[in-house]
Design a protein around this ligand. Sequence first.
Ligand code: ATP
Length: 239
Amino acid sequence: MSAAFLQVEGLKVSYGHIEAVKGIDLQLHEGQITTLVGANGAGKSTTLLALSGLVKKAAGRVTLQGQDLSALPPHKIVSAGMVQVAEGRATLTTLTVRENLELGAYTRRDGRAQRMDDLERIYALFPRLKERADGLAGNLSGGEQQMLAIGRALMAKPRVLLLDEPSMGLAPIIVQDIFRTLREINKGGLTIFLVEQNVRQALKIADRAYVIETGRIVLEGSGQELLRDPKVQDAYLGG
Ligand code: ATP
């Protein structure tokens, strides 16, 4: 197996006196989909926010290909290649779809030609976004807004893409579509870290998976192993 691409060691996060994340270790391997699953309030979103630098770490170290990101501010973490997909409905509704995508590239230093190439690649992944390129993002459906949020993050040219519950609030058929697209993006070589309450779907597409309960990792394995694990089946898959 490849060496860890993203390494998280001893991560702790507290909100006042509530310890939401209690010292967790995670490893992401290059080119894989890794998922962190767990119930409501287990500490999934907090873990992602800490990786993105959006909440303060009480302890722990985060390294991406050996570069220590632990103390960097959020924009430097994005520039280093770790990019979190915004919550679907956080697209800028008064801008067009194309403008939203172009904004995703604001941290890049390369030329317009490369950005246009990437825009075309994103339109190929999400034909609906191409059809609606000149329409306002606010007129998109929930699923389309989630696709736009993913597309906008891809425009930052991430080395690792972080997603917080992309399935939230979407109809099952749309969820299937989003997950299929994530797998396609991953097949193109992008490393993905997916946080989900939709445990079944997340484990199905994941190479590696971690289960978090009240701020601690309680199980880890391949996605397939955890799908078959009786404890996971009882607690998260309805037996
Ligand atoms: P969900 O899927 O509901 O977002 P989660 O697994 O992502 O759940 P977190 O949102 O990370 O869980 O929450 C972990 C713990 O931290 C919970 O006990 C939650 O109540 C608490 N918490 C989260 N955000 C805050 C905050 N801003 N202030 C205080 N406590 C918080």
